[in-house]
Design a protein around this ligand. Structure first.
Ligand SMILES: [Zn+2]
Length: 339
């Protein structure tokens, strides 16, 4: 199978980072390989060089049936050596379209000359496991730890890659990582403390946070049919918002504490401009509107209010619907005195 164009692969990388809560800014010149990006999340920021290829089947009878690989080429020519990123991290990434997962290879194992027709292998089992569990580990013959992961873990992978590539050293840690990504809520701090090397515990905690956030988001979006509860928009503009905000000590990651919202209504909900009550009725904050009018900042108000439904559309499954008590508590917390 022919590999995807670099422009497409770079785009998949950017989209994956965005989905995992990071911003990626491509640095000029933009038509070179490897492309370089400035990655930012909160106060954390660093530069990466991105070597990325499509993962293809190993091919040929001599190769194991389950062996997949990236073929290290640059415009049809074999690359002779990876050039390390001086100001940050060097990423060697494969994209497997079949299961929509990435594999991250460890640059520390590929610092020397690459030889003729170079390729790096990854097992099919790890790729498939990552598709179902979120993240999986493959240990290569040379001791290199390959991390396979779904796109929403790109941010976690890039931020924690140095530690993740070491994690596979102990089987106990590989098993723990598998549990953290497949059932993050069930793994306690105590277990992480007991089963992971002290230098890996922060990585485990960060992976668990990313896994929980992803699971919450995936469940909520499915429950709401991938539509904004306030307006019905899809267009891949959706977020999963917590009804009782994460900052509140009673906030949980259950689907019933979530609502699918488009980017516009997510911001408006978090800013206290709109909300919904325990009977699903949508409210616009009249006080806030009056203030915006007084400030001359009410442009687009009519289109905005016209775009809102009268009631939010809740999930069909009763267990997934937000409970009245949570909604009341959340509205109080969000400053809606009368609801
Ligand atoms: Zn909306």
């Amino acid at each position: 199978m022919a590999g995807l164009q670099k422009r497409v692969l770079n785009g998949l990388f950017e989209e994956a980072l965005h989905d995992s809560g990071w911003r990626a800014l491509m640095l000029p010149p933009t038509d070179v390989f490897p492309a370089r990006f400035q990655l930012t999340q909160g106060t954390e920021s660093f530069t990466v060089s991105l070597y990325i290829w499509t993962i293809s089947h190993g091919g040929g009878a001599a190769r194991a049936a389950k062996e997949y690989r990236i073929q290290i080429t640059d415009g049809g020519k074999s690359l002779t050596q990876f050039v390390p990123e001086q100001d940050g991290k060097t990423l060697i990434i494969g994209w497997w379209p079949e299961a929509q997962v990435f594999a991250g290879f460890d640059y520390a194992h590929h610092t020397g000359p690459l030889g003729k027709s170079p390729s790096i292998q990854v097992g099919e089992d790890a790729l498939r496991k990552a598709a179902t569990d979120g993240m999986a580990v493959h240990t290569r013959g040379n001791g290199e730890i390959v991390i396979a992961f779904r796109p929403e873990f790109m941010g976690t992978y890039v931020a924690q890659m140095e530690d993740l590539h070491k994690i596979g050293i102990s089987e106990q840690e590989v098993a723990l990582l598998g549990r953290i990504v497949s059932e993050p809520a069930s793994v306690t701090d105590k277990e992480i403390g007991a089963q992971a090397d002290p230098s890996h515990q922060r990585t485990m905690v960060n992976v668990r946070r990313a896994a929980r956030a992803y699971r919450f988001s995936a469940r909520v979006l499915v429950a709401y049919g991938h539509r904004c509860a306030f307006c019905g928009v899809q267009l891949r503009l959706l977020d999963a918002a917590h009804i009782l905000p994460v900052a509140h000590p009673g906030s949980v990651d259950k689907t019933e504490n979530g609502v699918a919202v488009c980017a516009l209504h997510h911001r408006a909900y978090d800013n206290g401009l709109i909300t919904f009550d325990h009977k699903s009725k949508i409210h616009v904050n009249e006080e806030a509107v009056a203030e915006l009018k007084a400030q001359g900042l009410d442009g687009g108000l009519k289109q905005f209010t016209d775009g809102l439904r009268k009631q939010i559309v809740v999930p069909a499954k009763p267990a997934d619907q937000p409970k009245a008590a949570i909604i009341r508590q959340a509205n109080k917390h969000r400053g809606w005195k009368k609801l």
